[in-house]
Design a protein around this ligand. Structure first.
Ligand SMILES: C[S@@+](CC[C@H](N)C(=O)[O-])C[C@H]1O[C@@H](n2cnc3c(N)ncnc32)[C@H](O)[C@@H]1O
Length: 241
């Protein structure tokens, strides 16, 4: 399957290797602000709360049978200054706490880590942690989860990508999804046709960790801004979890 049109790829000045941190960091902070605040009266809730509600439903399915659940960590890639993750962590873990379930750890990562912002977040959220070294989303090993102390007992992990795919050309975006399908148990907020391409390639190379079985994909949309804005999501999980 090919895309009938060229997928737009945006270059962001603040993320270029030559951009000094003094410029990159405030832009990353601004994106986080846009995720976590609502525009009254157009938005009934912030985009981050909406994403948290979707993720909470998906994580329940990845953990396995209720009562004998495996611990699932959420590893966020391309995290910038944190984006929606601290809010999502709060939404997900408030649900879990109300059901007497253990908290889900959330791990922040980026090719340009932002430890100054992340260590503040870690202090204010018991289940939030980060990987201090550079993590490239196109090649991230499964063991990454163990580097963050708050998630080292998680046996499964779900990878999230927020405002990330416009950075990658077709090859790069497929590499990100392929890496996730080989090394993780679930993946969220991706581009569906790229996921299908990545899956076909893995299958033709006999590399599907699920023994050739397809992943299970779910997509939907939630209105976030009155009359105009919708959040589209696509999440997938291994067929055997
Ligand atoms: C637009 S920011 C999104 C930040 C945050 N997720 C949000 O929603 O506000 C994209 C981030 O992707 C990171 N990035 C770009 N290429 C990457 C790669 N190959 N691996 C990991 N992170 C990457 C950049 O450093 C940047 O912080």
């Amino acid at each position: 399957m090919t895309n009938p049109y060229a997928r737009p790829r945006l270059i962001e000045f603040h993320e270029q290797p030559y951009t000094p941190p003094a410029i990159r960091r405030p832009v990353q902070d601004m994106l986080t602000f846009a995720w976590t605040h609502r525009v009254w009266p157009l938005q009934h809730t912030s985009p981050a709360v909406l994403a948290g509600q979707v993720l909470e439903r998906v994580l329940r399915r990845i953990g396995g049978k209720q009562g004998e659940e495996d611990k699932v960590a959420v590893v966020d890639f391309c995290s910038g200054a944190g984006g929606p993750i601290p809010t999502i962590e709060r939404v997900v873990n408030a649900h879990r706490s109300a059901k007497n379930l253990p908290a889900t750890p959330f791990i922040l990562t980026d090719i340009h880590p932002h430890p100054a912002a992340w260590s503040n977040l870690r202090h204010s959220a018991a289940a939030l942690d980060y990987v201090p070294r550079s993590v490239d989303a196109t090649r991230a090993e499964r063991e990454l989860v163990g580097i963050a102390g708050k998630a080292d007992d998680a046996s499964r992990h779900f990878r999230t990508f927020f405002l990330a795919f416009h950075h990658f050309d077709e090859k790069g975006a497929q590499a990100v999804i392929r890496d996730a399908m080989e090394n993780a148990d679930g993946i969220g907020y991706v581009v569906k046709y790229l996921a299908s391409l990545a899956e076909s390639e893995l299958q033709s190379q006999g590399k599907m960790p699920t023994g050739g079985r397809s992943w299970v994909w779910e997509q939907g949309r939630e209105a976030h801004t009155m009359g105009m804005g919708k959040m589209y999501y696509i999440v997938g999980r291994r067929a055997d979890v």
